[in-house]
Design a protein around this ligand. Structure first.
Ligand SMILES: Nc1nc2c(ncn2[C@@H]2O[C@H](COP(=O)(O)OP(=O)(O)O)[C@@H](O)[C@H]2O)c(=O)[nH]1
Ligand SMILES: [Mg+2]
Length: 406
């Protein structure tokens, strides 16, 4: 499963974002370092379900369908706050950075109201500097990668001297961190490194390479959280201006959390990501609940239209990682599995994925015995190297029929 790491300083709202996106009640507190270890949970991206277009009722199994929106699971990792010097091991920092480095993408959560100081302690809104906070955390990641490379440089050079290419030697070192061969090639092609043998690298060269590897292998969104507080509009504009080319998403994760909890209690109707919510029984709300919902309406929806939590997850998966959705079915006519469940599953697959890729995501046996596939919409036969398009409904035909992996 795709995994997304939440990084940032303490008290920026990582756990609140995580709780709202997963609706688990992990601890939320205002003291730094309360999240002692990385916390994993299931979040969801939302995509328009093909059931609407086909005007049929579906029976989702590996995902959920709400009002024609498919909610597809992804893994979220809530990391404890990083501080300056985490890469040296401060506050268990290296352990957290190593978990962050294994993610497919990162959501960098920043307190855009500036109510967190440089050390991650809560302060008055407007006192902190969100732009510097972003740089601080990026530097921690860069230094963690740099340290790893410097520590292993001798071994890499030894392999290169024995005839391994520089690319392969570095690939072997970094492959566990979702670093691809292509990333390595591209990172080596920088003006400062080109033409320089790896045996000549100094620490600065390792850092230049590490920074680029981090940028390439850890696509990152900046979440400008706490948009409901004063000073956030100005700081948001600054972030957008400074981090050109990076998505900066305004968000209020506390509002998303309040809405999802209220929805769970049956107080409101709210589909995550929607631009509105509806109170179901006004008389049933306590004074406090009513005040909280009014606050969300006035400070978030009236100004920013959405809370930003669902939008950020979607942007991360569909734009940053360029994933597509594919609906495997066993019966191409009924669009169902063996038991008759219509459109039971949806898979997130990269834009380059072919039938073989999808088959192996479902079950290794299915991939091994793969014959061809059927495009369920047209009934046409597809070769195994057909590149799957978004929203394709595909029936995979193999020599031995296997049950889809759940
Ligand atoms: N006003 C406001 N407060 C928030 C928001 N998100 C989180 N907080 C508050 O910020 C504090 C720190 O949140 P937490 O999620 O524990 O931060 P973490 O240390 O980054 O995990 C808590 O008091 C949260 O209630 C938000 O969107 N708006
Ligand atoms: Mg936390």
């Amino acid at each position: 499963m795709i995994s997304i790491g939440l990084i940032g300083k303490s008290n920026t709202g990582k756990t609140t974002f995580f709780n709202s996106a997963t609706l688990l009640s992990a601890k939320i507190s205002t003291y730094p370092f309360t999240t002692k270890e990385p916390h994993e949970g299931t979040g969801y991206v939302r995509a328009p379900c093909v059931c609407k277009e086909l005007d049929i009722n579906d029976n989702p199994k590996n995902s959920a369908c709400v009002d024609g929106w498919r909610f597809i699971p992804i893994e979220l990792i809530d990391l404890p706050g990083l501080i300056k010097g985490s890469w040296r091991g401060k506050g268990l920092g290296t352990q957290f950075l190593s978990v962050a480095s294994q993610a497919d993408a990162l959501l960098h959560i920043v307190d855009v109201s500036g109510s967190v100081d440089a050390n991650g302690k809560l302060t008055r809104p407007g006192m902190g500097n969100p732009v510097l906070d972003v740089y601080d955390i990026e530097e921690e990641l860069n230094m963690w990668f740099t340290k790893l490379i410097i520590k292993n440089l001798k071994t890499v050079v030894k392999h290169v001297k024995k005839g391994t290419t520089t690319e392969s030697a570095l690939f072997n070192l970094l492959t566990g961190l979702k670093v691809t061969y292509k990333h390595i090639k591209s990172a080596l092609q920088q003006p400062d490194l080109e033409g320089k043998g790896i045996e000549e690298w100094r620490d600065d060269d390792a850092k230049i390479f590490a920074k680029r590897i981090r940028e390439l292998s850890k696509p990152t969104l900046i979440i400008a959280n706490k948009m409901d507080l004063p000073f956030s509009s100005d700081n948001y504009a600054k972030l957008v201006d400074v981090f050109k080319g990076v998505f900066v998403i305004p968000s209020c994760s506390e509002a998303e959390l309040a809405l999802r909890r209220a929805e769970k209690k049956g107080l409101i109707r709210y589909v995550p990501g929607e631009e509105k919510f509806k109170v179901l029984n006004k008389g049933g709300l306590t004074k406090e609940q009513e005040r909280a919902l009014n606050y969300v309406q006035q400070r978030v929806f009236s100004k920013w239209i959405i809370t930003g939590v669902q939008f950020a997850l979607n942007l991360c998966i569909f734009k940053l990682l360029r994933m597509n959705t594919a609906y495997p079915v066993e019966d191409a006519k009924r669009l169902s599995d063996k038991k008759g469940n219509v459109l039971p599953d949806v898979f997130l697959i990269p834009s380059y994925a072919d039938i073989h890729y999808l088959a192996s995501e479902i079950h290794s046996d299915l991939a091994k015995n793969l014959l061809f596939a059927l495009d369920a919409r047209s009934g046409l036969r597809l070769p195994t190297d057909y590149i799957i398009k978004d929203r394709d409904i595909i029936s995979i035909v193999s020599a031995v029929r296997t049950r889809a992996k759940k």
